[in-house]
Write a protein that binds this ligand. Structure first.
Ligand code: NAP
Length: 252
């Protein structure tokens, strides 16, 4: 059974892995035996160190993925560094908060460009490469509770993450026959920079905690195991599914 989770000899591309959930997944994939290419805007200093500590190699590619011309460039750089790709984790994502009646076009475009547009076009390039290589591959998209729920004051985030859930199914339908598994992870409320403001708001923090059956915020490490599972042979027959890692939030 352990062999099914072994990622030795594989290469994973993880977007937005200089911190938070992306960092935890990059390190977990390395611990499972994988070399990792990180695509980040900022220098992934900590992640480079943590991956090196596992004995695996970390390749540092810099790109602003919300810029459409940067996506093919980052992909080519990643491929040139590693020679092949086996796993893509579409993690980079942002959120903008404002009342829907005041929500600006800029906040709409910024979120949609990164959270769904870049996810689609990077997946397209990687899937072409998987098909060319001929041995399949794994795509793991990062969704959200707002792939299922409406949220408040985050219209572009909800739109983008609902699209992640739908697109995960659409791409699985086309690519499963190539032995490519497209799945998603929907994290619940996790302790990262992304949720700093929510956690600092005493009332919101209390309300959130009262609604989580596990009675705690998730940690980035909570999605390490699910990520390795979806990146491994153990999930060979899992296609188009979004796995909630939410302390029971959706069960409530
Ligand atoms: P985070 O701590 O804010 O990290 C976001 C990552 O995305 C960073 O590495 C950031 O790099 C990168 N990024 C942002 N804009 C980018 C761009 N234009 N180009 C390339 N990289 C960019 O967020 P997180 O909480 O770990 O979230 C990771 C993913 O999980 C996101 O998709 C988020 O929506 C999703 N999620 C998070 C939660 C949660 O509770 N935390 C819940 C559900 C879903 P820079 O630092 O260089 O900008």
């Amino acid at each position: 059974m352990q062999k099914q989770f072994d990622l030795s000899g594989k290469t994973a591309l993880v977007t937005g892995c200089n911190t938070g959930l992306g960092q935890a997944m990059a390190v977990a994939l390395a611990q499972a035996g994988c070399d990792v290419v990180g695509v980040n805007r900022s220098e992934p200093t900590e992640t480079t160190k943590h991956v090196a500590a596992t004995g695996r190699t970390f390749f540092d590619v810099r790109a602003d993925l919300s810029d459409k011309t940067a996506i093919p460039k980052a992909f080519e750089e990643a491929l040139a560094a590693t020679g092949h790709l086996d796993i893509l984790v579409n993690n980079a994502g942002i959120i903008r908060r404002e009342d829907a009646v005041e929500f600006s076009e800029e906040d709409w475009d910024a979120v949609m460009n990164l959270n769904i547009r870049s996810l689609f076009f990077l997946s397209q390039l990687v899937a072409k490469q998987f098909i060319k290589q001929g041995w399949g591959g794994k795509i793991i998209n990062i969704a959200s509770m707002l792939s299922y729920q409406g949220g408040v004051r985050v219209p572009s985030y909800t739109a983008s993450k609902s699209a992640v859930l739908g697109l995960t199914k659409a791409l699985a339908n086309e690519w499963a026959k190539h032995n490519i598994n497209v799945n998603a992870i929907a994290p619940g409320y996790m302790e990262t920079n992304n949720t700093q403001a929510l956690r600092a708001d005493v009332d919101r923090n209390k309300a959130i905690l009262e609604r989580i059956p596990a009675e705690r915020w998730g940690t980035p490490e909570d999605i390490a195991g699910p990520c390795v599972f979806l990146a491994s042979e153990a999930s060979a027959y899992v296609h188009g599914f979004t796995l909630a890692v939410d302390g029971g939030w959706l069960a409530r």
